[in-house]
Design a protein around this ligand. Sequence first.
Ligand code: FDA
Length: 369
Amino acid sequence: MKQYDFLIVGSGLYGAVFAHEAKKRGKKCLVIDKRAHKGGNVYCENVDGINVHKYGAHIFHTNDSAIWNYVNSFVEFNRYTNSPVAVYKGDLYNLPFNMNTFYQLWKVKTPAEAQHIIQEQVSSLNIKAPANLEEQALSLVGTDIYERLIKGYTEKQWGRKATELPAFIIKRLPVRFTYDNNYFNDKYQGIPVGGYNKLIDGLLEGIEVKLGCDYFEDKAYFDSLADKLVFTGKIDEFFDYRFGFLEYRSLRFEHERLEIANFQGNAVVNYTEREVPYTRIIEHKHFEFGTQKHTVITREFPKEWKGQSDEPYYPINDEKNTKIFGQYKQLAEECHQVIFGGRLAEYRYYDMHQVIGSCLKEVSRTFDL
Ligand code: FDA
């Protein structure tokens, strides 16, 4: 009999939800994380009362009332509604594309006028089978929206010209013919009151957590501690990169404290010109309606992922990487004592509600079936 029922590698949302559910079922868990803090990418650093989203802006949204009630059982969520603003050559536009944006672009006031302009632009281009992302976007929304609000942002995000990116990246572009700046269509959205650390602390309450511990630094020792392993790190690293590296897109964040109360009047402002090197500026206090005398902003710069020294943020789910991941997945299926879960082990982009949903499914497979 080993010391713990479960060793959980990673204290992000997947690891924290699994640990909480296992504890509820009487299991003893040890959670380890190589970072100096809990919470994975939802971690917030408190700067004199402002919760700074250290790994990028995180806005919780879901249509699933069970998941909404689940997260609200650990911490109350506020009524924050994501309504980003885009800046292009000094002009401001509301996002997502809606009647406010169309008024700003063309001074049109009715849905029929806006639909007419978009249709005219789309049909004049006569794109039958879009060969790349640029053609795909143009065939969906026409020239003005594409040139001002999509092209530069997308090229910065991916580090490549839109004509060199595959069309499948943009499957659809939501266009809304109402005056509605709410970015998400989901029934529920908000930010935990007091920040995401409260959610993680609630999930991990009463569970042993060791920080600054890299599983791979002493794998044999960590394996000796528990009957079963839940692994939420990188799947290619787990298998010693034997089929090669899985690639990611990375980000660099520049955080800045300013001794003014309000820098940009909104939590999220996107910069859609190619020439501005960052994609967005986040002003964190607006996520929680902060009234502090100071503020903290973060500029987000997309960057090439160059291996171990960079944070892996967005998986590149192209043909090459999908094939490599398939090989690792097959090996994972043969490891019956290991549960692979979360964005790094499953090599996929998950929103927070999705990673929680996926973990809760795994919990019922593990304990309830
Ligand atoms: P996560 O990465 O959070 O946790 C994994 C943990 O494992 C990390 O703490 C890591 O240190 C640890 N670990 C890895 N290897 C280890 C090892 N060898 N030993 C020990 N520990 C190890 N979602 C959403 O719903 N709304 C939003 O607005 C956003 N915004 C957003 C912005 C950006 C820039 C990104 C990249 C992502 C988002 N997300 C999001 C998605 C959200 O971040 C995501 O759903 C969760 O963080 C995933 O949680 P995981 O537990 O899977 O991974």
